[in-house]
Write a protein that binds this ligand. Structure first.
Ligand code: NAD
Length: 250
C-alpha cells in the first residue's frame, strides 16, 4: 500500500474527483478527511468510505479552513497530505458579462482556498517531517478557453501558486504539485452538457475535443493524485501535470 499510516485532507471530497481520490487513498492505507459545503452529499460520500470523517466547511473562509485542519488533527493525530481540489466553474462568461460577485466567488473558491487551507496545514505537514500538497488546476490553467474568463484566470493562478509554494517549502520536504485535468465525468461536466442542450450530443462534442477521443473517469484523475501524494513522486515538486487526454499537446 502506498499511503500506509498517512493522513489526508481532501477538499471537495464529497463527490466527483475528490470522492474518487478519497476512495483510492483509503484503499492505499490512508485515513481521510473529506471537506465540502453540502452536508447531505458529505454524509452520502461517507457511506462509500470505510473510516473517513466529513467536515462541513466553506473553503473560501479562513475560519472554516483552520477548523477543518484542526478537526483532521483531532481525528487522526497527524496530517501528511493536503489535496486542494474544491472548485467551481462559471461558464459562458467573458470579462464583460462576468459580475464582480461571480469573479470574486470563482477566485475565492478556486485560488484563495488553496492559500487558506495550505496556510493552516503547513505547520502540521512540517511537524510530520514533510508531506505533499496537490492542487487541482485544469488544462484551462495552461491554455485559454472562450467563455471561461474567471475560471481560466483562477486555474492559471493555481498553476503558478503551486510553483511558488513548491519553492518556498522544498527545504522542508513538502512537495507541492498540481494536476491539470481535461474533461472529467463529474457533476461539473454534466452541468455543462445540460447547458449545451442535447446531453448525448454534448457528450460526443466534449469527447471529440480530446485527442484520446473521450473524457476521463474520476478514478483516472485520482490515480495521478495518488502518484503525486506517494513516494513514487519523491523527486517531483512544482510540477503542473496535464491529465487531459492530449488536449494541451497540440
Ligand atoms: P464537482 O462539482 O463534482 O465537485 C466540486 C467539489 O467542490 C464538490 O465536492 C463541492 O462540494 C466542492 N466545493 C465547491 N465549492 C466549495 C466551497 N466553497 N467549500 C467547500 N467545498 C466546495 O466537480 P469535479 O469535477 O469533481 O471538480 C473538482 C475539481 O476539479 C475542481 O477544482 C474543478 O475545477 C477541477 N476540474 C474539473 C474538471 C472536469 O471536467 N470535471 C476538469 C478540470 C478541472
Amino acid at each position: 500500500m502506498k499511503l500506509e499510516n498517512k493522513s489526508a485532507l481532501i477538499t471537495g471530497g464529497n463527490r466527483g474527483i475528490g470522492l474518487a481520490t478519497a476512495q483510492l487513498f483509503e484503499r492505499e492505507g490512508a485515513r481521510v478527511a473529506i471537506v465540502g459545503r453540502d452536508a447531505a452529499a458529505g454524509h452520502a460520500a461517507l457511506a462509500t468510505l470505510r473510516d473517513a470523517i466529513f467536515i462541513q466547511a466553506d473553503v473560501a473562509r479562513a475560519d472554516d479552513c483552520q477548523r477543518a485542519v484542526t478537526e483532521t488533527l483531532c481525528a487522526f493525530g497527524r496530517l501528511d497530505i493536503l489535496f486542494n481540489n474544491a472548485g467551481i466553474i462559471l461558464r459562458n462568461r467573458n470579462v464583460e458579462t462576468t459580475t464582480e460577485a461571480e469573479w470574486d466567488a470563482t477566485l475565492d473558491i478556486n485560488v484563495k482556498s488553496i492559500f487558506l487551507m495550505s496556510r493552516a496545514a503547513l505547520p502540521h505537514l512540517r511537524a510530520a517531517g514533510g508531506g505533499a500538497i496537490i492542487n487541482t488546476a485544469s488544462y484551462v490553467g495552461l491554455v485559454g478557453f472562450p467563455g471561461l474568463a474567471a475560471y481560466a484566470a483562477s486555474k492559471g493562478a493555481v498553476v503558478n501558486l503551486t510553483r511558488a509554494m513548491a519553492l518556498d517549502h522544498a527545504a522542508e520536504k513538502i512537495r507541492v504539485n498540481c494536476i491539470c485535468p481535461g474533461s472529467v465525468e463529474t457533476d461539473m461536466i454534466r452541468h455543462a452538457w445540460e447547458l449545451y442542450g442535447d446531453v448525448t450530443q454534448a457528450a460526443q462534442v466534449w469527447a471529440a475535443k480530446h485527442p484520446l477521443q473521450r473524457i476521463a473517469a474520476p478514478e483516472e484523475i485520482a490515480r495521478v493524485v495518488l502518484f503525486l501524494a506517494s513516494d513514487d513522486a519523491s523527486f517531483i515538486t512544482g510540477a503542473a501535470l496535464p491529465v487531459d487526454g492530449g488536449i494541451t499537446a497540440g
